[in-house]
Write a protein that binds this ligand. Sequence first.
Ligand code: NI
Length: 167
Amino acid sequence: MAILDIRKYGDPVLLAPTKPVDEIDAELERLIEDMIDTMYAADGVGLAANQVGVSRRFAVFDLAFVNGLKDEDLLVTINPRIVAREGSQIGEEGCLSLPGMMADIERPMKVTVRAMSMEGEENEIEGEGLLARAFCHEIEHLEGKLFIDNLAPNERGALLREYRARL
Ligand code: NI
């Protein structure tokens, strides 16, 4: 078990689109285990690989908040992408890479994600509500964007000024 360093706003790795994973090997498996430990330690609902400095397209999610099931509360998505969106929701969102900052962000109410599992199987996963929000947030990370990029420029600027003032 290892807790990795979570990269914060200002680190260029967060702004670069990640590269697809072409092979699930032992190194990737170890990294994913460390990311899961890191996500739990930070009390996050999701973590994208570039948030721990690895510019590769995969993310992990803690689904305990969605279904409360002990054995199925963890989701690993490799090369995830959103293939369908439906409806909309506005809700407060935060990010481990911008600690302490929250903003209301509009997201689809429901999304369908296509992703590969650790076993290399291509799956479609539907998420509603908070899970749809988590999918959108982490997949945006993998595309080199942050949740604040969804804000109007003046709101985004104000949030970043507040963030810098707190450092
Ligand atoms: Ni985030």
